[in-house]
Design a protein around this ligand. Structure first.
Ligand SMILES: Cc1cc2nc3c(=O)[nH]c(=O)nc-3n(C[C@H](O)[C@H](O)[C@H](O)COP(=O)(O)OP(=O)(O)OC[C@H]3O[C@@H](n4cnc5c(N)ncnc54)[C@H](O)[C@@H]3O)c2cc1C
Length: 448
């Protein structure tokens, strides 16, 4: 199959990085990116306000897998990457009206030793003893358990609710009792027997942060990708549907003549991909729609720095059992001090998702008020100097039990239609690293 004309639909990180890697691996290809919005970047949004740089969407890239950081290097951002500030690597967990430190060195909230649990206030003695039973409980044979059910079997309900759920539920804005352990807590899904014993034997974390981000915010990644792609990216180009003509794909755009391609990459959320393919095959569209997503919002609030004795931590997690709208919050001035002007503390709260879907039915003002009231349970906050709210509609994939099978089915069904590829976090693993991994694999397939 010739890689001559490649059309990438979607100008988020997945689409732009696929275009970048196709250009590298198949320099002879003619690559075009079609993005429906007048701006590129998708979920990546960096707010520049009042001397502050605040990522409203993703704010950090994991170093493992290294694909996300490698993408930054591939577009020349290697020297711009920074790690979160050293003094603020800890995380707090809400318990009643207090914020309690998560014990350091845990993995997904799972302890490396019973001793690590002994001093935490997050668990009662009964909860600690129950978690310690992990050392005795035989290996789980049931492959159909959710991440939540598996954690509960090994560590008990209390440790699940207080330690693991806030972290894992926070990453996905999701319901831990529906998530697939192979995706949500991959290192534990493979362990047969005691998790604590397996962690104790594993190399201890080096103490280096497992996150990086461009100093100027995540938008720098989008800017660098756009720079390298030039006029190959067409903004305000909404794709309505794909039409299959043998091994050629006709791409129908709103208000523009159709374009023809030898390869089409759908780098859009599964629902948008389903919409574009539904006229060709409702069965394929159904496979894509089976990959569920959830909606969330980010609320940014700035306060006078000296108004509160801020905790030395990168942020806080709110367990599901606490109720309310907030899933997690970041103390930006602690985590990324270079991005916040002196005299200010900027807080960024994530709300909604499967954890609190009602939150997103509130008006902007009501949601801001609810978030502020909830944060005041834990911190004596004054009125904010300024606020900013952004809603992310159906932006976060939910890798539910059986996720890998569902992705394979969707991918096979799409490939059976013609030279069409699907790429993005819903299929390739969470976050920017997942998008970059999928982009490279897709580009290799096209170049081959
Ligand atoms: C609040 C929040 C915080 C996050 N935090 C992190 C984090 O800290 N670290 C991390 O690694 N990840 C994080 N993520 C996840 C990360 O943002 C995503 O995995 C990633 O940005 C997804 O990129 P994408 O290109 O696959 O999709 P998107 O960013 O959704 O881009 C898809 C693009 O396709 C366009 N499009 C859709 N339909 C069409 C059409 N018909 N025609 C043309 N264009 C179309 C859209 O306009 C959009 O620009 C976060 C996500 C959210 C929502």
């Amino acid at each position: 199959m010739s890689a001559r004309r490649v059309i990438v639909i979607g100008g988020g990180v997945a689409g732009l990085s696929t275009a970048l890697y196709v250009r590298k691996l198949a320099p002879e290809a003619e690559v075009t990116v079609l993005e429906s919005q007048p701006r590129a970047g998708g979920n990546v949004r960096t707010l520049s306000l009042d001397g502050c740089t605040v990522d409203v969407g993703p704010d950090a890239i994991v170093t493992r897998p290294e694909t996300g950081v490698a993408l930054c290097r591939d577009v020349g951002l290697g020297d711009e990457l920074i790690a979160p500030a050293e003094g603020a690597r800890g995380i707090l967990v809400a318990k009643g009206d207090r914020l309690v430190p998560m014990p350091a060195g845990m993995a997904y909230g799972v302890p490396r030793s019973f001793a690590q649990l002994a001093t935490t206030e997050l668990l009662s003695w009964r909860g600690k003893l129950r978690a310690g039973l992990d050392l005795l409980i035989p290996a789980e044979a049931d492959e159909t358990l959710s991440a939540g059910a598996l954690v509960e079997r090994r560590l008990g309900r209390e440790a699940k609710d207080a330690l693991v759920e806030p972290l894992v539920g926070g990453i996905y804005a999701g319901d831990i009792d529906r998530l697939d352990p192979k995706v949500a807590i991959p290192m534990f899904a493979e362990i047969r027997g005691s998790w604590i014993r397996a962690l104790a034997k594993a190399p201890r974390p080096s103490g280096e942060s497992p996150f990086r981000a461009p100093k100027g915010g995540m938008i720098r990644l989008v800017e660098a990708l756009l720079d390298s792609l030039g006029d190959r990216v067409r903004l305000a180009s909404h794709v309505e549907q794909l039409e299959l003509r043998g091994q050629t794909v006709r791409v129908h755009r709103a208000g523009g003549a159709p374009l023809e391609a030898d390869h089409v990459v759908l780098a859009v959320p599964p629902r948008a991909a389903a919409f574009a393919l539904a006229p060709s095959s409702s069965a394929v569209a159904d496979r894509l729609r089976a990959l569920r997503t959830t909606s969330s919002a980010t609320v940014v609030l700035a306060f006078a720095r000296d108004a509160v004795a801020w905790p030395k931590a990168s942020g806080l997690l709110v367990p599901r059992r606490a109720g309310g709208t907030i899933v997690a919050a970041t103390f930006i001035a602690e985590k990324w001090p270079v991005r916040v002007r002196e005299g200010l503390m900027v807080l960024r709260a994530f709300v909604g998702g499967d954890r609190s879907p009602d939150a997103l039915r509130m008006s902007d003002n009501a949601l801001l008020e609810a978030v502020l009231a909830e944060l005041r349970r834990y911190l004596p906050l004054p009125e904010p100097s300024w606020t900013h709210l952004h809603r992310f509609h159906e932006a976060t994939p939910q890798p539910e039990i059986g996720h890998a099978r569902r992705v394979t089915d969707a991918r096979d069904a799409v490939r059976a239609l013609g030279p069409i590829h699907i790429v993005g976090a819903a299929y390739d693993g969470p976050g920017i690293a997942g998008c970059a991994r999928g982009a490279l694999a897709t580009a290799k397939a096209i170049a081959a």
